[in-house]
Design a protein around this ligand. Structure first.
Ligand code: CP3
Length: 354
């Protein structure tokens, strides 16, 4: 970054960026675009710097985090950077023994099943995640006017990993606790909400321009169960950031029937997967909130004219919302050709130029 950029960073130019404006439902020069999981295995430069360094360890090295976060910004010209970390970083900092296994995801050494297990999750402070504070500060200095998005996992999605011990398709043990031991369930999700909120507050204090709460697996629930057992805990996190001055994005997969409730939990922007057209999503979310999404990540493997048709359709459908942040409907798949992502960024910018 130039000296001028650093000097002006106290009055963040990011507030004027297309991304922050769209997230607030304001006028934009073009529709902003970034991709969930844009930093990661689709990039050869990522695989190179990660060589021999375990995932969790790489999240704890601020210089490396900054480099990986910047890689997709340099390569694709996206309108925002997403902080390189993982949803399980704060729960590891809270005392849970876990690993991120390549090709599998988070694996918990001793799954959380009892009240004594819940007690093992202690509150975190900035000292437990000082590497995050440092990395965000490095990044905001480098990024200048390009916004940095902070993130965390939502209480339900984190609980599903903690209770199952790893990824799951049926969430059997998670739901067994939710239905069968509501006091234990609420105690666990309340602790997770506190940890998540503190983790996001550290990122906001260090300078991120927006936050995204990932409730990736909330789509496993009915709307009634979501509202009763999950929404109050996500609301604790999102309402705790209401005065923080940064837009809050709330995202999950398979949430066609939960979009209204996820907005009510306290989001400024609701992330939508590819199953729900954005104009339909807007009718469910209600007026006043921006939307983010929602290209099927698998479409990136189709011939370019097909990709182009989908991008144009999504830009059309996104006009129904007061603001639209273009994104995928879920994360970039590891085998994706990065050149296709770069072409999507160019296309979104050209087609949407006002
Ligand atoms: O580019 C970005 O979006 C920023 C980095 C990021 C990672 N994880 C890095 C990562 C973000 C935002 C996440 C969030 C995350 N992690 C979520 C929510 C988003 C979603 O996809 O729904 C979830 C559910 C996790 C848990 C997790 N961590 C999974 C399911 C996996 C993938 C397992 C695999 O290897 O297929 C991880 C590991 C992980 N997180 C990797 C990366 C780059 C792969 C690690 C590697 O490169 O070896």
């Amino acid at each position: 970054a130039s000296g001028a950029t650093r000097a002006s960073s106290q009055v963040p130019a990011t507030a004027d960026s297309a991304f922050v404006r769209a997230a607030r439902g304001g006028p934009v020069p073009h529709t902003p675009v970034w991709f969930m999981r844009q930093a990661g295995r689709s990039l050869p430069e990522y695989r190179k710097v990660r060589e021999g360094i375990p995932m969790l360890e790489s999240c704890r090295r601020p210089e490396l985090v900054a480099e990986i976060t910047l890689q997709p910004v340099r390569r694709h010209g996206v309108d925002a950077a997403i902080f390189f970390s993982d949803i399980v970083v704060p729960i590891a900092a809270a005392g849970i023994d876990l690993e991120i296994v390549a090709g599998t995801g988070p694996v918990i050494a001793e799954p959380v099943r009892t009240a004594a297990d819940v007690e093992r999750l202690r509150p975190i402070t900035i000292d437990d995640v000082s590497f995050v504070d440092q990395a965000v500060r490095l990044l905001t200095a480098e990024l200048g006017a390009t916004p940095l998005i902070g993130f965390a996992g939502a209480p339900f999605t984190l609980a599903s990993y903690l209770i199952e011990g790893g990824p799951s398709r049926t969430y059997t043990r998670t739901k067994a606790m939710m239905y069968g031991a509501p006091d234990l369930w609420n105690a666990l999700l309340d602790r997770l909400a506190d940890i998540t909120l503190e983790f996001l507050r550290v990122q906001v204090a260090a300078g991120v321009s927006a936050v995204q709460l990932f409730d990736s697996w909330a789509g496993a629930l009915s709307e009634a169960d979501y509202r009763r057992h999950v929404l109050p805990h996500s609301r604790k996190v999102l309402s705790g950031l209401a005065g923080a001055g940064v837009p809050r994005i709330h995202f999950g997969v398979g949430t066609a029937l939960l979009l209204g409730a996820m907005g009510e939990a306290g989001a400024d922007v609701v992330g939508v997967d590819w199953r729900t057209p954005l104009d339909v999503a807007v009718t469910q979310i209600g007026a006043g909130k921006a939307v983010q999404g929602n290209l099927d990540p698998a479409v990136l493997f189709a011939p370019w004219p097909v990709v182009e048709q989908h991008v144009r359709r999504i830009l059309d459908e996104g006009r129904a919302a007061p603001g639209h942040v273009f994104n995928l409907g879920h994360g970039v798949l590891p085998d994706t050709d990065p050149d296709v992502l770069t072409r999507v960024v160019e296309l979104v910018h050209t087609v949407s130029a006002r």
